[in-house]
Ligand binder design. Structure first.
Ligand code: VAH
Length: 317
């Protein structure tokens, strides 16, 4: 029986590309895109779309029943930097939407759920290098606290009620198709745009800010691979560490200079520096590689080449 998929937060940085990939794999009508407001022309013209406020359980249920949805990817969230500006809104959005979906799954309305966690669940007391799957987690952002709590609830709903929910601790994700929104790692996206437009960029993180990062195609492949893995392979029902690369603003600038020699970077750390300082620098994702054969494809060199090629085409139109 064909599974109908609902993507909540389909207009976001990850949601946009997840929608495109799932439509490519399953057919456009098998994937219902939804968000609080309409998205890009490309997204809106690529298949069914619903305006949805995912803080309303009744509104989610109405769409699930009308489209006979069996799988939900809940991608809507307020990220780390914006969450520090609006802590109560971040907590409300991130937790209410998760409980709505977990409860609908518990009530038998949804068969399978993907919910994104983040390396933001880790904090200043977490080991910074090769951060283990299970370790000290004392997050210092509202976003990180919501993701840590969310992981606990995902595991509880799976163990207590048999809900098939799966999750990944995304590192910073870099992409060119859709702008990121309100993240601490967004500098690593902005830098490519500014390098092409202005030939220079002022980073809001300092030179030494080494953070775990991943190119969007790897993040999308991992997400779908985890969702399609046999249930018995998904041994960790909190969330899986996932890693691909680690770099600093200096290192990404040096890689860009191989393509744009005159590119210049400067530094003006802001409030996001404290958030970045609280996160790990590298992640141990052995569990994901062992449990469901995760492996990444892109490194800093191949990502930079692909980013500049695609953004170059976008800016030359
Ligand atoms: C953020 N892009 O910066 C997100 C991500 C690990 C970082 O969760 O908030």
């Amino acid at each position: 029986m064909n599974e109908t998929i609902l993507i909540i937060g389909a207009c976001g940085q990850i949601g946009t590309e997840l929608t495109a990939k799932l439509r490519e794999m399953n057919g456009k009508d098998a994937v219902i895109a939804s968000d609080i407001r309409e998205g890009s022309e490309e997204l809106m013209s690529s298949g069914p779309f619903e305006i949805l406020d995912a803080t309303s359980k009744d509104d989610i249920l109405e769409i699930i029943k009308r489209h006979k949805v069996s799988q939900v990817y809940l991608m809507a969230a307020m990220l780390s930097a914006t969450g520090e500006k609006y802590p109560d809104k971040a907590w409300y959005l991130n937790m209410t939407t998760l409980f709505n979906i977990l409860d609908l799954a518990k009530e038998g309305e949804i068969k399978k759920v993907f919910w994104p966690s983040s390396i933001a669940v880790f904090g200043p007391t977490t080991p910074k290098q090769n951060t283990p799957q299970k370790t000290v987690m004392e997050p210092t952002t509202v976003y990180g606290i919501s993701k840590q709590t969310g992981e606990r609830w995902c595991e509880y709903y799976h163990d207590k009620y048999g809900v098939d929910v799966r999750s990944i601790r995304y590192p910073g994700i870099i992409s060119w198709k859709a702008e990121p929104g309100g993240g601490t790692t967004d500098y690593a996206v902005e830098i490519y745009h500014e390098a092409l437009k202005e030939g220079k960029y002022t980073s809001f993180l300092n030179e030494e800010s080494a953070l775990p990062m991943m190119y969007m195609p790897d993040a999308i492949d991992a997400t779908i691979q985890l969702m399609n893995a046999p249930a018995e392979e998904v041994k960790d029902r909190s969330a899986y560490n996932l890693a691909a690369m680690t770099f600093t603003p200096v290192e990404i600038a040096e890689e860009i200079k191989k393509h744009i020699p005159e590119f210049e970077i400067s530094y003006a750390p802001d409030f996001r520096q404290e958030i970045a300082n609280s996160w790990p620098q590298s992640i141990d994702d052995t569990a994901a590689r062992e449990d469901w054969n995760w492996k990444h494809s892109f490194d800093l060199e191949s990502m930079t080449k692909d980013m500049l090629e695609n953004l170059g085409k976008k800016y030359s139109k």
